[in-house]
Every structure is written in C-alpha cells, then in structure tokens.
Design a protein around this ligand. Structure first.
Ligand code: CO8
Length: 258
C-alpha cells in the first residue's frame, strides 16, 4: 500500500503492520490520518497475504488524541456534515484480528483507537486516559461506551470525569490490556505474538471474533444461537478437515483460510 501521508504500512510473514507516523505531535490523529488507518485496515482485511493486523505508533507515544489544532475552531454543524465518526464504525467491521502495541501516551482518540482493537499489548511506560474533560469536550469515537462496557459505569465515570490517566499496570489489572511488556521488547514481542496468531486457522479466528463481539451486545441466549451457527459454518471449511485430519495423523496442520 502506498500514498499514505500520516501512516506507513508493510506486510511481513502474514502480519499487516500499520504504523502511526506523526511522532512530532505524538501521533495526534487528524482526520486524514484516521481515514488512512481505516483504509489500511480494510485493505489488509481483503488481502489474502495478511492474517493479522498490527497497529503501532512511531516515537514516544502511541497517539495523544485527536488533533486539537485541527478541530479547535470547528462548530457542531461541521462535525455533522463531515460525519467523521462513520469511519470509526468501519473498524468494527474488520473481520481479521487487530492487535495494537502501545508505548507512552494513548489518550483521547488514541485510547479510543486502542479500545477499538481486539487485543492490546502495552509497554510498562504506557498511559491511557480520556483528558477531553480538561478541554471542554468529551470522547466522541466510542470512549464513553467501550470504557463503560469494560470497567462498568462507576469506574468509567471516574476516569472520564477526572481525566486521570490509567497506568499500564492499572490497565493490566483492570483487563484493559492483555499483556505488559518492557518498552525495549514491545515491538519484537508484538510482532512475535501477531505471527503466532497468524498461524492459527484464519476462519476460526474470524468466527471467534464475530461471536465474542456479539457477546457484548446480545443476550446470552441470542449469543449462544449465534455461536452455534458459526460453529456449524466452520464444518464447511477445508481447514476444519485439515485440522482434524492433522490431529488424527499426528502432524502439524497447514491452514489455508478456506
Ligand atoms: N493534538 C495536537 N497536537 C498535540 C496533541 C493533540 N492531541 N497532543 C500533543 N500534541 C503536540 C503538542 O502540541 C506538541 O507540539 P509542539 O512541539 O509543536 O508544541 C507536541 O505534540 C509534543 O507535546 P508536548 O510538548 O505537550 O509533550 P509533553 O510530553 O509535555 O505532554 C501530553 C504530552 C500530556 C500528551 C500533552 O501533549 C497533551 O496533553 N496533549 C493533549 C492530550 C489531549 O487532550 N488529548 C485529547 C484530545 S481530544 C480527543 O481526542 C477527542 C476524541 C474525539 C474522537 C477522536 C477523533 C480522532
């Protein structure tokens, strides 16, 4: 993929990497950058050579939020007409696993991007938070919803009202992140983990992601019905035959994603 101004992308060993690349402003997310991130995710989602998507930030921060300079003079009608958050909705439609690796600040829109990913690896120096309250606004790309679903109402209000940051250690204890890693090892460990996932049966990863996401919004009964259909569906795949035959034949399976 080429032609991006604010991100860089590459494909390596079936992992599609997206690097946020505005380090001078701590990867502040301007509108074009968000569009580029979403287009890159969608392009990787359709690329047969990519099985897992990895999002990282260049420099000392993952992303310090939406670009305040860009929106400072905006009015509400500008937002309504731009409809920029529709792009964020498209992240939830990406079928392949999206992993992010966070160092330094993940604030405001940067934290919302983290919460929109499927799994989060974080360096010990990572800090998460919603400081919007300090500048007279509030999260707009899912922050109030996703944080509340993760932490519950009381704790979500605490962080959203105070703007206090959540340290990497606290984030691990609260289940916001999957794994804490030393800053020097973050990049290598994130790549290693993404590669490990890329060896798993791609359709299983896909159906599991879809089913787990339903658990967030569906009742248990509806979710179980949904899970069942996805379970049945996998029995139409070549990978199910390959996986089970490999087990019986005591060899490693070779998954094709079909
Ligand atoms: N927007 C624009 N520029 C930024 C941003 C930002 N969010 N964050 C940092 N920068 C710039 C600084 O202006 C500075 O630029 P310059 O060198 O030209 O002065 C450079 O990045 C380095 O920053 P600092 O010198 O401030 O670095 P410090 O280490 O002293 O402080 C902080 C780091 C604490 C992260 C500080 O920069 C800060 O408070 N940044 C703003 C954080 C914030 O308020 N984020 C929320 C923004 S609002 C938001 O995200 C709404 C979400 C809505 C939906 C998402 C749509 C994308």
């Amino acid at each position: 993929m080429s032609g991006f101004e604010f991100i860089s992308t590459s494909v390596n060993d079936q992992v599609g990497s997206i690097i946020l690349n505005r380090p001078k402003v701590l990867n502040a997310l301007n509108r074009k950058m968000v569009s580029e991130i979403v287009v890159a995710m969608e392009t990787f989602d359709q690329n047969e050579d990519v099985r897992v998507i990895l999002v990282t930030g260049e420099g000392r921060a993952f992303a310090a939020g939406a670009d305040i300079d860009e929106m400072a003079e905006d009015g509400s009608i500008d937002f309504e007409l731009l409809n920029q958050f529709a792009e964020w909705d498209r992240i939830a439609l990406v079928k392949k696993p999206i992993i992010c690796a966070v160092q330094g600040f993940a604030l405001g829109g940067g934290f919302e991007l983290v919460l929109a990913c499927d799994m989060v690896l974080a360096a010990e120096d990572a800090e998460f938070g919603f400081p919007e309250v300090n500048i007279g606004v509030m999260p707009g790309a899912g922050g109030t919803q996703r944080l509340t679903k993760l932490l519950g109402r009381t704790q979500a209000l605490q962080y959203l009202w105070t703007g206090d940051r959540i340290t990497a250690k606290e984030a691990e204890a609260k289940g916001i992140i999957n794994k804490l890693i030393s800053p020097e090892l973050l990049k290598d460990e994130a790549e290693k983990f993404a590669k490990r996932l890329s060896k798993q049966a791609p359709l299983s990863l896909r159906m599991i992601k879809e089913s787990v996401n339903k658990a967030v919004d569906y009742s248990l009964y509806e979710g179980m019905q949904f899970e069942r259909k996805n379970f049945y569906l996998l029995f139409s795949s070549e990978d199910q035959k390959e996986g089970m035959n490999a087990f019986i034949e005591k060899r490693r399976p070779k998954f094709k994603g079909k």
